[in-house]
Ligand binder design. Structure first.
Ligand SMILES: [Zn+2]
Length: 180
């Protein structure tokens, strides 16, 4: 019996991580209730709101979803680039270390370690600054849209239930009771 595969996907509306069985094509988000469709492109699955749930959204909500997915893509690209570069540097450093051991050169050994560390720190710095430069406008746009969406949502009405009228009178003090 083949094992059932579950996809780990993120709701584009509320950003909740969802586990979705592979054969499911359409479902409602557990958290926000949006109707979502599983879209598979180039072997990667992602979630998009169905036409019906998109119709119910305001313009800023839809824009917010687009900005969020653009942010996610940007993060993925930087993450992969960073991982590949780091692996490359580590690989070269390992080769240099092996060569240093073979030719018994202490200078090359320490130089390889020092260069690898400097390069790794450099890559980290480049990716951190490049990543924030690329996503900063998107982050600002997202904050603006999020505020807009919140402003559009009607405030939950404070419905006073019957429980509100709880009888909680102060218990009368015992006569003669003092502090100590
Ligand atoms: Zn959701």
């Amino acid at each position: 019996m083949p094992e059932k595969k579950a996809l780990r996907l993120t709701c584009p509306v509320c950003e909740t991580r969802l586990k979705v069985a592979e054969n499911i094509e359409q479902f409602a988000c557990l958290n926000c209730g949006s109707e979502l469709k599983v879209v598979k492109a180039e072997g990667l699955a992602s979630l998009v709101p169905t036409q019906a749930s998109a119709d119910q959204m305001t313009d800023s909500q839809q824009q917010l979803i687009e900005v969020n997915s653009a942010l996610k893509n940007a993060d993925d690209i930087y993450g992969v680039g960073c991982a590949i570069t780091t692996m490359g540097i580590t690989l070269v450093a390992c080769i240099l270390l092996a060569v240093a051991i073979v030719i018994q050169s202490q200078v090359l050994f320490w130089a390889a370690i020092a260069i690898a560390l400097v390069l790794l720190a450099f890559v980290l710095f480049i990716f951190l600054t490049a990543s924030s430069r690329g996503t900063d406008p998107l982050l600002r746009q997202r904050d603006r849209l999020q505020a807009q969406v919140e402003a559009e949502e009607p405030l939950p009405e404070d419905e006073a239930g019957p429980e509100i009228a709880r009888a909680d009178p102060n218990p009368p003090r015992q006569p003669g009771e003092t502090g100590s």
